[in-house]
Design a protein around this ligand. Structure first.
Ligand code: SF4
Length: 503
């Protein structure tokens, strides 16, 4: 194995992306990193994601693997990263063991780590219990060039999928889902090309299907199926799939709906299989009508059937929208990739939406959503940084801030009601008729909480913040000189380390 460019475990998100990136390139990972740079573009001006600003991106790929039946996942990375990732996956109810191949400076440098990974894969590959084993290289093994592509493609019928998911190459956990989903689709596509494959568990659907790209609330595929039915189409599997054989059914579709807009590698596989891919999603009235038109055209459905589907959906959605309305100014930010869709729905529900920030990039599958939102006067920020999301709250002083944990925290400190995007907004139906009805209640009742926040602020104000927060027996005394001294010592240590590195 090639000599590693990194020795040891002392690097991570905190070491800075540039250093890891150049180490990875030197260690033979240039091609994959170039592909990632194309698939998951980072805007140099606005881009804060040269290192993770939220959770470790690898969590996305880990979660996709952990949710699949008969699939084992093995992590290769620093112990601290693996601790964080397994903690988070169990917090989100993984109910599955995560495999780990530990390393030290010696095993990393000598190539023994790769041999250890190969041995672990062989030990796990039991076809009675597994369809696939996923091995994920985290930052340090990627930067050190651990060559997962040299693992056997299959052992006793168990497929082996090795992927690099470094924080310095894959900007968000959303896009890391695509890294694994794309690798699996690629594998499955080659299997289909080489011979017959397993049928879906529930049998082959006898109508042409539309594959849904992007994780969504379980009721949404059902709602989408209702929308598609008048066109003689059925909803196909959701990708990332929950089982290996669903990958074949996903590829066996008439069209793909890129509900989430960041699945670039997966789209590449669908396009290689000759499947047309349609962006946006059936959200709100405008969104549903134009999505049905685009899907119908992509699937070769006659215009009269498309018109029928549009008319039925429009009548039901109009009725729901006219019965409920949101009144209030809102800012919205998140890192799931569905932010623009939620934004569209909020606007159609009557909200005065001022800002949508998403950690995901602009792609051809969210271009129409961005145009639609901008035409309604909404500021859309792709690759939004936490600072930009916070600045939007400051600037627009909304009645409700929907966002990530730190945005919600900031809003609450300003007595502004706030909702977590991930837990409270993306965990409910958004599509079609159900979507139109579901948002209003949660948003409107959150907006109605403002008086409670103001009462809390009034009660707690002046009890201390920053260094003086907490319970004190005496009036707290600030010691700014301690802070200055610590800063001086840190600067000195950094200078010393740099001098050692150069020497
Ligand atoms: S693997 Fe994740 S947690 Fe570990 S250094 Fe990379 S980005 Fe950070």
């Amino acid at each position: 194995m090639q000599a590693t460019a990194l020795e040891g475990d002392g690097m991570g998100c905190h070491a800075g992306g540039e250093q890891l990136l150049s180490a990875a390139k030197a260690a033979g990972k240039s091609d994959i990193l170039k592909q990632y740079a194309k698939d998951y573009p980072q805007d140099a001006k606005a881009g804060p994601h040269d290192q993770p600003q939220s959770m470790c991106p690898a969590f996305g790929a880990l979660r996709v693997g952990l949710r699949m039946r008969r699939t084992a996942t093995i992590l290769s990375g620093s112990a601290c990263c693996v601790y964080g990732l397994t903690f988070t996956s169990h917090f989100y109810g993984a109910r599955r063991s995560v495999g780990y191949v530990p390393f030290n400076s010696e095993t990393l440098v000598t190539g023994k780590l790769f041999e250890d990974i190969r041995e672990a894969v062989h030990l796990q590959a039991d076809p009675a219990t597994l369809d696939a084993i996923v091995v994920i290289n985290l930052c340090v093994p990627t930067a050190s060039g651990v060559p997962l592509q040299l693992l056997p493609k299959e052992i006793n019928g168990v497929r082996v999928i090795g992927i690099d998911v470094p924080g310095f190459g894959v900007p968000t956990h959303a896009e890391a889902k695509d890294v694994l989903a794309g690798a699996m689709l690629r594998y499955a596509r080659h299997e289909i090309q080489s011979g017959p494959v397993q049928a879906p568990r529930g049998g082959v659907v006898d109508m042409p299907t539309v594959t849904l790209l992007g994780e969504m609330f379980p009721a949404d595929p059902v709602g989408i199926a209702h929308l598609l039915a008048p066109m003689g189409l059925a909803a196909g599997p959701v990708v990332p799939t929950r089982e290996w054989r669903e990958l074949y059914a996903a590829l066996d579709c008439v069209a793909v709906a890129a509900i989430h807009p960041f699945y670039t590698a997966s789209v590449r596989e669908f396009e290689a299989a000759g499947r047309p891919v349609v962006g946006s999603a059936p959200v709100g009235l405008d969104g549903t009508v134009s999505w049905l038109q685009a899907i119908g055209e992509a699937a070769g459905v006659a215009q009269d059937k498309i018109d029928l589907a549009k008319a039925q959906a429009a009548a039901a959605i109009k009725a729901v929208l006219s019965a409920n309305a949101i009144t209030g100014r809102i800012t919205l930010s998140g890192y799931e990739g569905s932010e623009l869709l939620v934004g569209r729905l909020l606007v159609e529900c009557g909200a005065d939406l001022k800002y949508v920030g998403t950690a995901c990039p602009a792609t051809r599958w969210n271009a129409d959503d961005a145009d639609w939102l901008r035409s309604k006067g909404v500021q859309v920020q792709f690759r939004a940084s936490l600072e930009q999301d916070m600045a939007a709250v400051d600037e627009f002083r909304p009645d409700l801030a929907i966002g990530t944990t730190p945005v919600v925290q900031k809003a609450k400190q300003m007595s502004i009601p706030a909702l977590y995007f991930t837990n409270l907004i993306s965990a409910r139906p958004l599509m079609g008729v159900a979507g139109a009805g579901s948002l209003v209640q949660v948003v409107q009742s959150a907006i109605g909480n403002r008086a409670r926040f103001e009462a809390m602020t009034a009660f707690f104000e002046n009890v201390g913040s920053g260094d003086t927060a907490g319970v004190w027996e005496d009036v707290p005394v600030a010691y700014p000189e301690f802070r200055i001294e610590t800063r001086r010592q840190l600067d000195r240590a950094i200078k010393k380390r740099k001098a050692e590195e150069m020497g």
